[in-house]
Design a protein around this ligand. Sequence first.
Ligand code: 9YT
Length: 130
Amino acid sequence: MIVRTLAECENSERSVEGGNWKSVRMLLKDDKMGFSFNITTIRAGTETLIHYQNHLESVYCMSGNGEIETIADGKVYKIEAGTLYNLDQNDKHFLRGGTEDMMMVCVFNPPLSGREVHDENGVYPVDDAS
Ligand code: 9YT
């Protein structure tokens, strides 16, 4: 059994600062669940280019507001509390914070391994180590 609280994870190496966002990584690859589980804050008024070429991600908005634009087709989707979006096509996108910070639950498959931050193309590296 693995039990952790957000408070203890926030005050540890699990808290990763990304500039436009902060990610508290409550479950990681070495927990061997097959996915990672993060609580992410997307800061109000920011725009981030993201392209998870090596990962699928589901994102559930708990609070705040913003939008996501998929670059391939230019579609813009509103995000508010209760919205779940899924990058099932490794969709390249802009993620924009609205008038308030967004608090998101983020699940990655394959799992993140720890301190990943986006490269200049919005990509997280693949982790080949077993
Ligand atoms: C929604 C999103 O992808 N935000 C960037 C941070 C990421 N969720 C992470 O590393 O937890």
